[in-house]
Write a protein that binds this ligand. Sequence first.
Ligand code: SF4
Length: 449
Amino acid sequence: MTEQLKAYIAKNELTYCIETYGCQMNTHESEKIAGVLEALGYCPVAQKAEADFIIFNTCCVRQHAEARLYGNVGALKDHKDHVNGALIAVSGCVMQQKDAAKKLMKRFPFVDIAFGTNGIHRLESMLYDALIEKKRVICVDEDETIVEDVPIRREGARSAFVNIIYGCNNFCTYCIVPYVRGRERSRHPDDIIREIEELCKKGISEITLLGQNVNSYGNDLSADITFVNLLKRIDSQTDIKRLRFMTSHPKDMSDGLIECYGSLKSLCEHIHLPVQSGSNRVLQLMNRRYTREHYLSLIKHLKARVPDLAVTTDIIVGFPGETEQDFEDTISLVKEVGYDAAYTFAYSKRTGTKAADMENQNDKQTMSERLTRLNVLVKESMRDRNRAYLGHTVEVLADSPGKRGRSEISGRTRTAKTVSFEGTLEDVGQYVTVKIDKVMAHTLRGVRV
Ligand code: SF4
């Protein structure tokens, strides 16, 4: 089957283009889809219009994004009519939802393949059925067994994502993820270490460990396999220079993890710790299972270990039942923490979650006003935190050309600050020492020293 498929792809010089929606987890899953396709001989193209195979890798976290997706899929009918033999697939979280794939295939008869988050390793046989057997294919696998050694085409030359745990057991009341991605399943640490060692050999020096809740890593394996032990193994057994992780749940953050900061040389001085709200009443409605006081004490302990630690977060405003006083509690928490950045969202109703059926939904105007007020504060906080870098030298891992043209290069510090400096494309992938001479809310600028 593989050889016949490869011969067909090579003979027709087939190309692919993936459009990815959603979080880092989805971005990484697109890297796996690309890896499978390139192992079969497909070549990437940047524009959908030039592709023989278009894949929409979807995200179902926000309902309006899902609605927009269907509009985008509908627009592909013309492509199908104009490119002889073109294939169209829709994958990801949206397809993993009950009956979603069947409904999509019925509504869009020109879509050839629909597959869920558990189906990437079956892509080869799906393509065989679609390309050789000329069938339409649905693959929404209930089997959540972790499949190792799926080929991956990494986007970055120096940085890479590594999944350590899939699924989520938390059931925050606004979130659809546990219903779609299933219960927590951890990869075996030996598989993770092996993957990281192989990445190091290929020149990767910065890793971000991925999971919906990395702190739960190992809970489904044996007692001695924990997230802290995994971090210690990566730090001591591999050549990784910068180690990051996301996302971390405040209720599961252990003293052991806090102690890793400042003691593991590779662990970067940055943590993304989603708070969601500064009001205990709202946190309870969200089923977050920690209090404002607990969250603040975590920040205090982390900063006691690494005073310059960069802290970023996620915040939802306008959750059902959130009052002006609750929102003021969020504002005061943001002031107290002094975030380096925050991803802020107005609450968006997601069918299938408990919060969607809650009373006292806030109106759009209230949510939008609160979001604006919060964003002003976050921007001030970001600028304040960035001011501390003025005149200091930082190590930047250069990752891309900057926004101002070819002579500007952009990269990241260990604290996840974006820094731009004058350089050349040869700097991309290198560690460059930069002295900061200008700070904005979102970026720092400097000169190479
Ligand atoms: S921890 Fe909460 S917000 Fe994060 S994926 Fe799980 S249920 Fe969703």
